[in-house]
Design a protein around this ligand. Structure first.
Ligand code: ADE
Length: 246
């Protein structure tokens, strides 16, 4: 899968894509990432990429021409590239959208800066707008990294085994169960006995119950969307009874 990142700050991307799962995906050629410097598409002597807003007001607005040229350059090579503007005004990103985005062969992520971009960029060049949450970053760069990381790890072969993606939080709209590794005891806190039992059935049941418990207490909104089995409902009933008793 290909990602183009259109930005005024190429250096922000120098190391994040060299580490961990994403770094391996890049090395193996599963993911290709190219940084496109919007300033290279400003044709005037000073390579101006922003200007004051019409109508007055604070700050600067990114100009339409350099961004437009940069996007046209990407599209000239691959007309099917999907252009995504990273902005808090976009559709909030969730795992379902991440999965949908992973089906595109080529995403071009436009990172806005300053007070915003000229509205005509949106109208003429952008296919969709994505927000990574209800807070304001100083630009779309970190948001683009989030999209690339979340999408790339879903590509076949990106993770060690396909199982890890299947077991992820949100795969089935539930938060993950608690995990433990050595040592068995740390400052008086021990690992739950069931995990040492070797009883795979009991371990699965415990994990599912913990996942349900966590989701119920931390993100009850997710439970409404989860696909719950008969056993899940019984476990939830158990959890409710236990919380009344304690
Ligand atoms: N740019 C600034 N804030 C953002 C956000 N929350 N999501 C996506 N892009 C952004």
């Amino acid at each position: 899968m290909r990602f183009d990142i259109l930005t005024l700050f190429p250096r922000m991307f120098f190391s994040p894509f060299q580490e961990s799962i994403l770094g391996r995906a890049v090395q193996r050629g599963l993911v290709q990432i190219r940084i496109v410097n919007i300033r290279d598409f400003a044709l005037d002597k000073h390579q101006v990429v922003d200007d004051t807003p019409y109508g007055g007001g604070q700050g600067m607005v990114m100009k339409v021409e350099p961004i437009g040229r940069a996007i046209e350059w990407v599209k000239a090579e691959d007309a099917s590239a999907r252009v995504i503007h990273m902005t808090p005004q976009g559709r909030p990103l969730d795992q379902e959208r991440v999965r949908e985005l992973s089906s595109f062969a080529h995403l071009a992520l436009l990172c806005g800066r300053y007070e915003g971009i000229d509205e005509r960029v949106r109208e003429l060049f952008v296919d969709e707008e994505v927000s990574i949450g209800d807070y304001v970053l100083s630009g779309g760069e970190f948001a683009a990294m989030v999209v690339i990381d979340a999408v790339s790890r879903l590509l076949p072969g990106a993770l060690g085994s396909d199982r890890s993606a299947v077991e992820d939080s949100f795969f089935n709209s539930l938060l993950e169960y608690p995990q433990y590794t050595r040592p068995l005891e740390f400052t008086g806190r021990t690992v739950p006995e069931v995990l040492l039992s070797g009883n795979h059935c009991a371990i699965s049941r415990w994990r599912r119950k913990e996942a349900l418990k966590r989701t119920l207490t931390r993100r009850p909104d997710l439970l409404g969307r989860a696909v719950l089995s008969r056993e899940d409902r019984d476990l939830l009933e158990e959890i409710r009874k236990e919380s009344v008793e304690s």
